[in-house]
Design a protein around this ligand. Structure first.
Ligand code: DLL
Length: 433
């Protein structure tokens, strides 16, 4: 039996969702225009009045918002409510530039918590479960987002936060945790540590995991499911829109249902900015049709994904997004060739190796050089130097033929690359351009 948090909405007929989206969009454009100077100026510039927006079908008349707009109005310039109505502020660090600050009213927190509860329910969580939240707590939305989701659902939250892995495992064992929530790379690390400690995962009451905040492959899913003896569910979100729970996987484990009654999705061509039809990969864009404090209009996520409205076996009718294929700003340009870290990961996995790797990019004599350090398994490590070198050449050839760019492969000792307790750092770009 499928487990829903809000069956009425999650399985609602399309016309019902559409009517809700239209009503909410109309309200939010007025809020954005009347209370955020940035939007008033943007609308005026293109001669658009909030009253031109009469239904969700008018969404493409609206201008886009990008991360830089939040930076330019740092920290609170895009907020649509006075200070006394805000109850929480989060921020996302990002790798370059100023951090992005986001704010929530009590109603916004309630919406976000409901979305996180929907995600937990879809991953089989019920009131009688213990949920260990091992996402970082703090300005990052992972920890507190899932935390409120568990409480709203009525299950029991164990706010472990990330780090101190042996202690995490002790809690998993001693408290009888049923569901683990953390990044997929941290889940891999917990799985490895459990093995090292000689614990049989079958002796743990753990049943499911809710993993997101970074890209992870189907192979990583298999690995985590095996090492922790669980079913692993994907969860997607970004601070600017809400945090974890914008979209979530169900028992079908093929794509994530978007809480489209609050976050209206579109896919656009990142070059032409034109909307693309369902099934085409492009940049994911969200409009926050339900939120008060930060009513972002057509926010460009930079995540590359596709949408589908095909019937899902779980009974949910909410639109689904694919796993993001990568971020357009994750893309490396190596000697003019576009390279996504996920493509490198794919090659490594295809060759039967674990996805423990790091890509280092340097510029030597005006030439881009890419080195991929990959961890060997303990069996490979015992091979002769010649055999290891042969394997390196084999991987170099596979990378060259898949990516159309050469890379130096460097096999490193087992367990020698840094493990992540949060989002994994896959690329070190040392080029100074
Ligand atoms: O990562 C929110 C979150 C926390 C989601 C916990 C899921 C679980 P930010 O730090 O703002 O927010 O980063 C958002 O992370 O644009 C994606 O590029 C990436 N991302 C998030 N979830 C997934 C996922 C949180 N399931 C950025 N798969 C997004 C792939 C993901 N990428």
């Amino acid at each position: 039996m499928e487990n829903y948090f809000n069956k009425e909405i999650e399985t609602a007929p399309r016309e019902y969702i559409k009517a809700k989206q239209s009503a909410r969009l109309i309200k939010m454009v007025h809020n954005a225009y009347n209370n955020v100077e940035f939007y008033k100026n943007k609308f005026d510039e293109i001669g658009l009045s909030p009253s031109d927006i009469k239904s969700i079908d008018d969404i493409s008349k609206l201008p886009f918002t990008v991360k830089q707009d939040l930076r330019d109005t740092y920290p609170f310039g895009m907020f649509a409510v006075p200070k006394e109505e805000l109850v929480r502020v989060h921020a996302s660090s990002g790798t370059t530039g100023k951090q992005t600050v986001v704010g929530y009213t009590q109603k916004d927190i309630d919406i976000w918590s409901e979305c996180a509860s929907r995600s937990l329910s879809a991953a089989s969580c019920t009131k009688s479960d213990y949920v260990q939240v091992s996402y970082g707590y703090g300005l990052f939305t992972g920890g507190l987002g899932l935390h409120y989701g568990v409480e709203t659902l009525g299950a029991t939250v164990i706010p472990a936060s990330s780090g101190n892995t042996k202690r995490q495992i002790q809690i998993l064992q001693d408290f009888g945790i049923n569901i683990l929530a953390c990044t997929p790379s941290y889940a891999m690390f917990i799985g490895e540590t459990i093995k090292e400690m000689g614990i049989d995962p079958k002796t743990l009451p753990l049943r499911a995991g809710i993993f997101g905040a970074e890209a992870w492959s189907e192979n990583m899913r298999k690995e985590i499911e095996k090492s922790l003896n669980i079913k692993a569910y994907d969860i997607y979100g970004l601070s600017e829109i809400a945090g974890p729970g914008v979209a979530y996987e169900c028992s079908e484990q093929s794509g994530m249902h978007i809480c489209e009654d609050y976050f209206y999705p579109e896919i656009i061509d990142p070059e032409t900015l034109q909307p693309l039809p369902d099934g085409s990969y492009g940049e994911l864009v969200f409009t926050c049709i339900g939120k008060e404090a930060l009513p972002l209009v057509r926010y460009r996520t930079r995540d590359i994904a596709k949408l589908t409205r095909e019937k899902c076996s779980c009974g949910r009718t909410l639109i689904k997004m694919s796993k993001p294929r990568g971020r357009s700003d994750d893309m490396l340009v190596i000697r003019g060739v576009n390279v996504f870290p996920s493509q490198v990961e794919h090659v490594i996995i295809e060759l039967g190796m674990q996805p423990n790797y790091q890509i280092i990019v340097e510029r030597k004599n005006n030439m881009d050089m890419m080195t991929v350090c990959i961890e060997m398994s303990s069996e490979m490590f015992s091979d002769s130097v010649r055999k290891i070198e042969e394997t390196e050449r084999k991987i170099e050839m596979a990378v060259q033929s898949t990516l159309s760019v050469s890379a130096k492969i460097h096999l490193v000792e087992p367990q020698s690359l840094p493990r992540s307790e949060g989002k994994a750092v896959r690329v070190i770009d040392k080029r100074e351009i």
